[in-house]
Design a protein around this ligand. Structure first.
Ligand code: KG4
Ligand code: ZN
Length: 347
C-alpha cells in the first residue's frame, strides 16, 4: 500500500460519513444516516440533520479506523466537505475535521462535495482521465462539468435551471405515495413497468445548451395522475415510475454525450446519488458504447453521499503535496463547483 492515509469526513446533508483512503485504495467507509428521522417530513430537516451528525460523527470515525485496522496517529491528512450543503450540517463536520487535524498536527483539506462525488471514481477505476466530462446528479445538484483535473480545475458546462434530478425523484415519489428519499423506491417500482407507456416531456432536450429542467416533468406527472384519479381509473404505478425514470435518464445521457462530443472528450464519469439509478446506468452504458465514449460510474454505494469520496479527493490533494486549508477556513453552504478547495488560499 502506498500513498498518504487520509481520513474523509462528510456531513453536508443527512449522511454522516467517515472514510479512510490510502492513495487510491479504499480502506473503510463508515456511514450513519439520519434519513429515518426526516422521512415523515418528506425531506431533510436541517436542524435534525445537524444534531444527528453531532451524535454520529465520532462513532463513525472510530468505526472506520477499526475497519481499516489503523489508528488516528497514522492518519496523514484530514479532508472534510466544506460545501455546498446545509450550513449547520457542514459546520459539524468542518469543526470536527479541524479538531482532528489540529490534534494530529496534520494538514486539513476543506474540499468541495461535488468534486468529491467525481473523485470517488478513482477508488474503483483508477486515475481519472484528463480531461473527463462529469455528469453530477444528486438531490441538490444536476450539472455537466468539464474536468481537466478533479483536484485542480472544474469547468461548469451546464446545470439544472430548476429542480435537481434527485429532487424530481423525491417529489414524484411523494406523488406516488412512496417514501423519502424517492430514488430507490421509484427505481424498484420501475423495474416492473414499461418506460414507453407514458410520453412524459423531456425538458430542454434539444435546446443546444448543457442545462437541464425537471420541474415541467414533475408537473406533468402530477397532472397525469390527477387526470387519472378524476376519471376514476387505477394508477399504474410501475408504468408511471418507469416512464418518469426514462424521461430523466434520456435527457441526462443525451446531454452528457453531447457534452463529450462538443468538447472532444472520450471519457464520461457519472456521480452523485442519482448515479445509483439502474436505468441511468444502463442507458449511459448503451449510449456511451454507441458513441465510442468510455463510461465510468462508481458502484451505487459510492454514488450516494459517503466519507470515502471526501477521503478520495483529499488523498489526491495530499499525494500532490497540495498546501492544506487554513484552520480558519469556513464551511460554505454555497461553495461554487469551480472551487475544489474552500476558503482563501493559505498565505
Ligand atoms: O448525492 P446524494 O446522496 O446527496 C446529495 O448530495 O444530494 O443524492 C441523494 C439523491 C436523492 O434525491 C435520492 O432520491 C437520489 O439521490 N437517489 C436515487 C437513487 N438512489 C438515490 N435516484 C434515483 N435512483 C436511485 N437508485
Ligand atoms: Zn452528494
Amino acid at each position: 500500500m502506498t500513498g498518504p492515509l487520509v481520513l474523509g469526513i462528510e456531513t453536508s446533508c443527512d449522511e454522516t460519513g467517515a472514510g479512510l483512503v490510502r492513495g487510491q485504495e479504499l480502506l473503510a467507509d463508515a456511514i450513519a444516516s439520519s434519513v429515518a428521522e426526516h422521512a415523515r417530513f418528506g425531506g431533510v430537516v436541517p436542524e435534525v440533520a445537524s444534531r444527528a451528525h453531532l451524535q454520529a460523527l465520532v462513532p463513525a470515525v472510530d468505526r472506520a479506523l477499526a475497519t481499516a485496522g489503523v489508528t488516528l496517529a497514522q492518519v496523514d491528512a484530514v479532508a472534510v466537505t466544506a460545501g455546498p450543503g446545509l450550513a449547520g450540517a457542514l459546520q459539524v463536520g468542518v469543526a470536527a475535521a479541524k479538531a482532528y487535524a489540529l490534534a494530529l498536527s496534520k494538514p486539513l483539506y476543506a474540499v468541495n462535495h461535488l468534486a468529491a462525488h467525481i473523485a470517488v471514481d478513482q477508488l474503483e477505476h483508477g486515475p481519472l482521465p484528463q480531461p473527463v466530462v462529469a455528469l453530477l446528479v444528486s438531490g441538490g445538484h444536476s450539472s455537466l462539468l468539464l474536468v481537466p483535473d478533479v483536484a485542480g480545475q472544474v469547468v461548469p458546462l451546464g446545470a439544472t435551471i430548476d429542480d435537481a434530478a434527485g429532487e424530481a425523484y423525491d417529489k414524484v415519489a411523494r406523488l406516488l405515495g412512496m417514501g423519502f428519499p424517492g430514488g430507490p423506491p421509484i427505481d424498484a417500482a420501475a423495474s416492473g413497468g414499461d418506460g414507453a407507456a407514458i410520453a412524459f416531456p423531456r425538458g430542454k432536450y434539444r435546446d443546444g445548451t448543457f442545462d437541464f429542467s425537471f420541474s415541467g416533468l414533475k408537473t406533468s406527472v402530477a397532472r397525469w395522475l390527477e387526470a387519472r384519479q378524476q376519471a376514476g381509473l387505477p394508477v399504474p404505478v410501475a408504468d408511471v415510475a418507469a416512464s418518469f425514470q426514462e424521461a430523466v435518464a434520456d435527457v441526462l445521457t443525451r446531454k452528457a454525450i453531447d457534452a463529450c462530443q462538443a468538447h472532444d472528450v472520450g471519457h464520461l464519469v457519472v456521480g452523485g446519488g442519482v448515479a445509483a439509478n439502474s436505468r441511468l446506468r444502463a442507458l449511459a452504458a448503451d449510449r456511451c458504447a454507441a458513441a465510442g465514449i468510455e463510461l465510468r460510474v462508481p458502484r451505487p454505494g459510492l454514488c450516494t453521499d459517503n466519507g470515502a469520496m471526501v477521503a478520495a479527493l483529499g488523498a489526491e490533494l495530499a499525494a500532490r503535496g497540495a498546501p492544506g486549508s487554513p484552520l480558519e477556513v469556513p464551511a460554505d453552504s454555497s461553495l461554487p463547483v469551480t472551487s475544489v478547495l474552500a476558503g482563501p488560499a493559505p498565505s
